[in-house]
Design a protein around this ligand. Structure first.
Ligand code: MG
Length: 238
């Protein structure tokens, strides 16, 4: 075993696609739009939307695009690869439906019991997520995570003025919780945002590689998992 999970004193989770399956609300939004899409392609399209989202996010942080433009453009770019030309109206309609579907999301299996077990072990448990505060909070509330994680342990990029992949996000959080970097652990799904930056900041990381992605750099996560029951085994192995 590379790393013993119980050694961590603070465990922070990414939100989107780490604590809940972001594909499900996306899939429902696409179905709602009645486009000619082979259901076998939903996941690939979703991955391309995430790709364009990360790409366009840089323009958003520089003030070159609004959040609404990022959300429409990422859909249009991704669907263009599948020979579907979305109008602006269609892109907005899909995005609106996507946001509606995100109000009825559910946590991945085992997540709630893992958080509770970690808290029972006196660990600090929180969330670090990129996005606008109101939008991210609405998902946190839909998942009822606000009932088990205290507000001061929820760090949202627009709220703190720092955005992953900037490693200062992790330095900032670590200072807030006053726990040494080596005792802080981050769990997330996106290599560029969730694995490399915390490691650069001296944290440990667990890669929730649910979608079978490839590593993007030399960084070494302490553990790679595809299911949360793999973490349960580590927690119970203390
Ligand atoms: Mg994520």
């Amino acid at each position: 075993m590379l790393y013993n999970l119980p050694d961590a004193e603070a465990i922070f989770f990414d939100l989107d696609d780490t604590l809940y399956d972001q594909l499900l609300p996306f899939q429902s939004a696409l179905k709602y739009a009645k486009l000619q899409i082979d259901p076998a392609n939903y996941e690939v399209i979703y991955k391309r939307v995430r790709f364009y989202s990360d790409l366009l996010w840089k323009s958003y942080t520089k003030g070159e695009l609004t959040i609404e433009q990022v959300r429409s453009e990422r859909l249009k770019c991704a669907l263009r690869e599948f020979e579907i030309d979305l109008s602006n109206e269609q892109a907005i309609e899909i995005q609106e439906r996507y946001q509606y579907e995100q109000k009825v999301i559910e946590l991945f299996p085992h997540v709630k019991s893992i958080i509770k077990e970690l808290q029972n072990q006196d660990k600090v448990v929180g969330i670090i997520t990129n996005g606008p505060v109101e939008h991210q909070m609405s998902k946190i509330i839909a998942l009822q995570l606000d009932r088990i994680i205290s507000n001061e342990l929820i760090f949202i990029s627009d709220g703190i003025g720092l955005t992953k992949p900037d490693k200062r996000v992790f330095e900032y959080v670590q200072k807030q919780v006053k726990i040494s970097a080596g005792k802080c652990l981050y769990i997330g799904d996106t290599w560029e945002n969730d694995i490399a930056p915390p490691i650069e900041a001296g944290w440990k990381s667990i890669w929730f590689n649910y979608r079978n992605r490839k590593p993007q750099s030399h960084h070494q996560p302490s553990l790679v998992i595809k299911e949360y029951d793999e973490i349960i085994k580590k927690i119970l192995s203390r």
